[in-house]
Each structure stands twice: as C-alpha cells, then as structure tokens.
Write a protein that binds this ligand. Structure first.
Ligand code: NAP
Length: 526
C-alpha cells in the first residue's frame, strides 16, 4: 500500500492544497509523495474531535485501553518492512537501529498496557466515613486519578518511531485516558503516516472513539504554536531543541488557562572519570566512551557531551586512546540538513570559545558529521560557560580539573541534566559518595560504570531532570512513571456507592491496589 500524504483527523483522512515533502538526508533529494500541511480548519477539527472523545475514552475500563495499546503494537509490527524502509529513507538511520527502535516502540506500548491492568497508576485511596467522630463526623472520602484532557504530542526528529507518533509520550497519554493530537515531525512524514495508519486501525478494531487520535503535519512552527494555544489541549509533550521547548512553554504559560509543557530539551550528560577507574582501565574506558559518543551519530539526548577528570597521567592516556578511537570513526549522515548545520556551528563555537581540538574524525559527504573531541581546563570553563551548552551530535568536551574541589565546583555550576555518570572502581567509593549529593541535584538519572546512551524502558527509569534537561524535573518521559504527567487526582466526598466511579465502588475496589484508611492493600487486578 502506497503512502498518500493525507492528514489523519480522527478516523477521516483529508488533503489540503499546501504541500511539503520529506528530504532524503543522505542524498538531499525530495521524497514522494507530497504531504498535506494542516491549516486552521484541520487543527480546529482535530481539537474538537479530541475534546468530544475525551469523556468517552477516559471512561473506557483500563483493560479496554490496554487492548487498544496492544492492538497499536500489533498493527505496527504488521506493517513489516514498509515502515522500516520509509523510516530509513527519511532519517538515514541504519535498518538495524530502526528495527531495534520499533521493538522498543512496541515494547513500551505493551508495557503501558500491563501498567494499566496493574492499576497502581489509579492512585486509589479511601478514608472511610467516621459518623460518630466528635466534635464533627467525617464523610466517606475517596480519591482516584483521572486523565487530564487532550494532549498535544510533538514527534521528535531523532526517534522516528520510539518518540514520535506512537512513541513514549503518545503511549503514556493514551494509557492515562487522554486523546492525542500529534504534531508530526516534518523530517519523517511518511514514517508518521505508516504509524498513524496503525493507530487508526487499532482504534477501529478496539472500538475507540474517533477523536482519540489525530495526526497533523506541517513544515513550519505556526501549526505547533496554534496547537499548544488551543483551549481544548490540556498538556503538551515535546522532545527537541531548547529554543523550541522554551517557545512552547511560553505559549502554554500565556494562555488564559495555562497548561503544563513536558519538554525534554537539552542535556550534555556529564561523565566523571574517577582516579582509580582511570588508572586501572583508562584505555577501555576511552573506547567505550567514543562508542557511546558516536552511537547514532551522537543524536541522542543522553549523549556524553562532557567528561570531567582530575588531570594527570591517567587522563592523558585516556585522551590519547579516545582520540585514536575517534579518528577511526567513519563519517555518518545526520537526521536533517538543519541538525547537521547546527552541529557544524556548535563545533565551530567550541573552537571559538577557546576549547582545544584534540581529535576529529574524517569528513564525509552530504549531511555528514565529523565526530570531535575537545578539551579545556576547569578554570577556563568558568569564564566560558557557553562551552557547556549542548552541541547535538558526536562532539564532547573533556574538562581537566586540578583538585577534587575544582571538580565538584564544576559539577555544581552545570545546568540541569538528564544523566550524570560515574566511572569508578572500589578505591573511588569515598569520592563518589562525596559527589553524589551534587549529582542528585543536577540529574534525573545517575549511572555507575556504564554509559548514558541506551535508556531502558522500565518501571524505575527516569528520563527527566532539572531545567533545561526538561521543563519539569518532577517527571519522566520514559518508563511507566511517565503516565503521571497526564493524570490529575480527584477526590469524591460523601458519595453513595452507585455514584462513585467504577474503580472506587465496593465491588471493584478490591481488584485494584489501594490504600484503605491508610493501610496498603495489594488488590487482585486481572
Ligand atoms: P526542533 O527544532 O525543536 O523541532 C521539534 C518540533 O518542535 C518540530 O515539530 C517543530 O516544528 C516544533 N517547534 C520547534 N520550535 C517551535 C516553535 N517555536 N513553535 C512551535 N513549534 C516549534 O527540533 P529538531 O527539528 O528535532 O532539531 C533541531 C535541533 O533540536 C537540533 O539541532 C538539536 O540541537 C535539538 N534537538 C535536541 C534533542 C534532545 O533530545 N535534546 C532532540 C532532537 C533535537 P517545525 O519543524 O514544524 O518547525
């Protein structure tokens, strides 16, 4: 089945006169077909349908929504090679990577289905009535969490499957009971169309309301800005640039009724090489570091963009080994011409800001990135804070510290991060302990003896962190806890059983984990 370039507004497909095309980043050629760009009318219809679907969708039993998520996963898999081939063409990401990313996408949809059935996310609590309490009786008081409303999801350029149309943000919002209006990333509209077809088919198969999903495409920022400003949208999920995230936060905050924006924006993911680890296994750390830095052409938000260590022989050997490994890296095509241009500018900025270029991989063809390794002293970094800004791609900066104090102070000056990593051996334990409090304040995830790239989708994952890593460091965009972003607690006081929502009624409550008069009860969820 060929791509049509249509928009998906609820279950209806539609075309518009304004068109745009995806560009093959490896060849710089426009790809067929041309895709319809959504205008005001399509945005209006999508938001109206999402609003109309909200109560009906959120009141579907969790088991039914779980079946919907599982059906999306099945439909994505059923598209087979067509989906992967188009994603490869639009992103230049290798097929093996895309196959893994599809598995992750399907896996996280299934994980949220399991989470829905387990029921902890409902947050059920009961404080039973105290009719005889003096001086005043207490009514029966119950709590559950409900979906917050229609969510605008921005597809990310660097994860065309796992953080795009049916990616982690969509899975979390749909699990919570929120209809979604997706603003597809203009770099991969064909991939988006394939995935949209999967969602629409799954919605029909599991009898979900029409407005549970819409996909709006468009090649400029006006569409996304209007979507965030629409009064029917109740939350925003975004992964992309700091400038983009900040622009959306501003629009959301200036609405008559402001809404939360869960934006994942920029992080340089500091890695601290502690002395014993550096002395004992510096060469292998260097190779592992370069592999992490250049994975996916460095286009990961968890890319290790900053390395800190105490100066000395150990660090010198690390630098030599890392430089040699980096120079051997083959040039590779970046996701878009814009991202490649930003990367080249970022590398130039590191030079003009006074960082010393230690090593660089060879130049490539169209849209290729040359991996680059720089170095600076901790003292210089104090006066050149721009060196600690994200350069999205395979570039990293090694910071040479003279003392432990200088190392700690450098960490303290960093902005909020998605991750912070410690490479350590047993003798490093006291220093690791000393740095931990600072790292906890800076990062959403602290990694010991592995590398920050490769984010596990699981229950205990935090892919978040203080600003500017994310707009709201209290949440995560990966893992089952991500559902919390789209929920809101509601308290029911003095309700007769028949009027309560199903999960809080006497017959259903025992099936779900809950707290009853403060006591934790496990529930018997099917
Ligand atoms: P982007 O420019 O932030 O765009 C992401 C999405 O947000 C697109 O759909 C874009 O719409 C929309 N958008 C951006 N600015 C907007 C605004 N002012 N108002 C409304 N919508 C807006 O990110 P990108 O295209 O993926 O890559 C550009 C740069 O972002 C990269 O060079 C890199 O620096 C950074 N990036 C960072 C991460 C990370 O994880 N930290 C991930 C990806 C990218 P349109 O495309 O329609 O304009």
């Amino acid at each position: 089945m060929a791509l049509t370039g249509e928009l998906f507004i609820g279950r209806r497909r539609t075309s518009t006169a304004q068109r745009f095309q995806a560009i093959d980043p490896a060849r710089g050629e426009a790809l067929l077909p041309a895709f319809s760009a959504a205008g005001t009318a399509e945005l209006e219809t999508a938001c109206a349908l999402a609003e109309a679907a909200f109560d009906s969708y959120r009141s579907r039993p969790p088991q039914r929504r779980a079946e919907f998520l599982e059906a999306i996963a099945e439909q994505i898999l059923a598209q087979g090679e067509d989906l992967l081939a188009r994603a490869h063409l639009e992103t230049a990401l290798p097929l093996a990577r895309l196959t893994g990313e599809r598995a992750r996408t399907v896996g996280q949809l299934r994980l949220f289905a399991e989470e829905l059935r387990a029921g902890e996310w409902l947050g059920l609590r009961v404080d039973s009535a105290l009719a005889q309490r003096a001086p005043a009786p207490r009514a029966d008081i119950r709590l559950r969490k409900i979906a917050c409303g229609p969510v605008a999801v921005f597809g990310a350029s660097n994860f065309p499957l796992a953080f795009s149309v049916a990616g982690g943000d969509s899975a979390a919002a749909l699990a919570a009971g929120c209809p979604i209006v997706v603003k597809g990333h203009p770099a991969h509209p064909g991939t988006s169309e394939w995935v949209a077809r999967a969602i629409v088919a799954a919605a029909a198969e599991t009898d979900m309301p029409a407005g549970v999903f819409s996909l709006l495409n468009g090649p400029d920022t006006a569409l996304g800005a209007a979507l965030v400003a629409d009064a029917r949208i109740r939350a925003v999920a975004f992964t992309g640039s700091r400038a983009g995230g900040l622009a959306l936060m501003k629009i959301a905050a200036e609405r008559p009724e402001p809404i939360p924006v869960y934006a994942e924006m920029s992080s340089i993911n500091p890695v601290v090489l502690l002395p014993a680890a550096l002395a004992g296994r510096g060469a292998s750390l260097a190779r592992e570091f370069v592999a992490s830095l250049t994975l996916g052409v460095g286009q990961f938000c968890t890319n290790p963009g900053l390395v800190l260590a105490l100066g000395g022989e150990g660090l010198q050997s690390f630098i030599e080994a890392a430089g040699a490994a980096l120079e051997a890296v083959s040039p590779a095509v970046m996701l878009t011409e814009g991202i490649q241009r930003n990367y080249v500018r970022g590398v130039e900025r590191m030079g003009t800001e006074g960082a010393e270029l230690l090593a660089q991989s060879s130049a490539g063809d169209q849209n290729c990135a040359r991996a680059a390794l720089f170095s600076v002293t901790a003292e210089s970094l104090v006066h050149r804070p721009r060196l600690a800004e994200e350069t999205f791609g395979p570039a990293s900066l090694i910071v040479r510290c003279r003392t432990v104090r200088e190392l700690r102070e450098t960490l303290e000056r960093l902005e909020g991060q998605l991750t912070a990593t410690l490479q350590m051996d047993a003798p490093d334990q006291p220093l690791a302990q000393e740095l931990l409090a600072t790292l906890e304040r800076k990062a959403g995830r602290i990694v010991v003896n592995s590398w920050p790239t490769g984010v596990e989708v699981c229950h205990a994952m935090v892919h978040g962190g203080p600003f500017p890593a994310t707009a709201d460091g209290r949440s995560t965009s990966v893992g089952t806890l991500a559902i919390e972003r789209f929920l809101r607690p509601v308290c029911y006081q003095g309700f007769a059983d028949a009027l309560l929502p199903p999960e809080l009624r006497a017959d259903e409550l025992p099936h779900w984990p809950h707290r009853f008069d403060g006591e934790r009860r496990l529930g018997r969820a099917e």
